[in-house]
Design a protein around this ligand. Sequence first.
Ligand code: FEO
Ligand code: CA
Ligand code: CA
Ligand code: CA
Length: 594
Amino acid sequence: LLDLVPPPPGLDFEAVAPNNRDALVVPSGYSSGVIIRWGDPVMPGAPDFDFGNQTVAAQEKQFGYNNDFAALLPIAGALNEYLLVVSHEYTTEPAMFFGYDEDEPTEDQVRIAWAAHGLSVVKVQSRPSGGALVPVMSNLNRRITATSEFRLTGPAAGSPLVRTTADPTGTLVRGTLNNCAGGVTPWGTILSGEENFNQYFGNGDGVTAEPARTQLRRYGITGETSNRRWENFDPRFDVTRELNEPNRFGYIVEIDPWDPASIPLKHTAMGRFKHEGATIYVTGDGTVVSYMGDDERFDYIYKFVSSKKIMPGDGAASMRHNMTILDEGTLYVARFQGNSPATEIDGSGRLPADEKFDGSGEWLPLLRAEGAGATSFVEGFSAEEVAVFTRLAADKVGATKMDRPEDVEANPKTGKVYAALTNNTRRGTGGYPRADEANPRHTNKNGHVLELEDDHAGTTFAWNILLVCGDPATADSYFGGFDKSRVSPISCPDNVAFDPFGNLWIATDGNALGTNDGLFSVVLDGPRRGETKQFLTVPVGAETCGPIVTEERVIVCVQHPGESDNYTAETPASHWPDGGTSQPRPAVVAVWKS
Ligand code: FEO
Ligand code: CA
Ligand code: CA
Ligand code: CA
């Protein structure tokens, strides 16, 4: 009977088979091309990339490393021209430099790494036919790095918790770090999540006084030297010398890509944690709701609900108003309640008797930020403390410990919210929390995807699990009730996106099934609900991120091609995208119908 039902609009492609090729593999009938790679010129005067002779001055004008989030913003009045905004999550120094010494990086290597972090804004043009895009020089092009100026806004701005020697006002931060996923706002700006910022700070174990020690440890700032030894060249990365510097990272940043001179913001009202990203949903009355995940085992899903309403129009006054919306409102954290008996949730991943992992949930308020001040809803925490030590505040109110929340995003067609839980191999092991109905599998290697029917501006929701990822041939996987003999295996969902037809697309990171990562479509409604098809695979060692799916093309960021545990420039495990004996380079690619 299913064969009589045509595939939903937008999904008429033949699935790509799982593979381990060192290539970008797309369905037959499709073509692909690199838009921009690490080291390609972004700013005027940028030299061509020269792997063995990279310089700080070159990197500051070139495309950064490890592209993650991507946004493609149409330029008004300029048909076939767009602004491409891309984040650069982290650097992999042993793969970036020949002869890299992890114990003693040079100052140039460290400064190149600072310049390879952050974001790029680059104008691109489409070709007369096909989906290819090429970068062009423009006065809108911009590099934002680990040393660019940012302004703190919201309840923690100016607080003693964020003041440092270099910034006694607690309002101006140098740089953004570990920018993972993000979102596009309806007013034309970009949101980007500062994720694993802990790794840049050294000497966490050197701080023994409380409560600082507990606060650092809850964010993973422990140990002696940092991996990259940045503290050797800037004392702000040594927490025994600048205790508050890490309190200035871990936020949602907002960038106005239309004004290259604008100072980007860090919105403290949206909390501080390992922000995967932030996405926006606007309710009928103009209230702005932002969904966010904290990517850590046993951490939480959050949302922010604005007090201000969106101001329509694209003039300067609207932009000024709208860029303050994420500073005033209420920050909530999610608590999930299953509806099946706890005895039926045994950690095996098998469905309970009602044949659904599902239930209800509530949003627990943590903080309300207002123009003049802010209110804490958490006993023992000031409003500033909730904004800066959000994880500790969320622990206190009893939020539900999830299996690494990544992207959380509302489907613009239906308003339903989808959350990727990428994996959690510790669930149900040792002294760690056991399975619950919202995180139903012990040693969850392959992750799962939640569907929420949220009262967006309100405090309650209903939920169910859409996908329990993994090998469809095993009993512990579930594909929305769809026939599992007819789906692509999927593992470690990370980024979610929606095409213009309202289909869900999922990019993966860390495929635990032994094949390369990729991009998948998922049908959400009708008799094919749960049908999951692989659209592309990325080269060996790479992660798929930043998906954008339009009718013209699919764009993905191919992050860290060739990555492995002992990844060096001397022994590259990938030669993508340039082939031959070339070094691998993270790159953004477009795919289109031939
Ligand atoms: Fe940077 Fe949570 O992925
Ligand atoms: Ca149930
Ligand atoms: Ca991610
Ligand atoms: Ca990830």
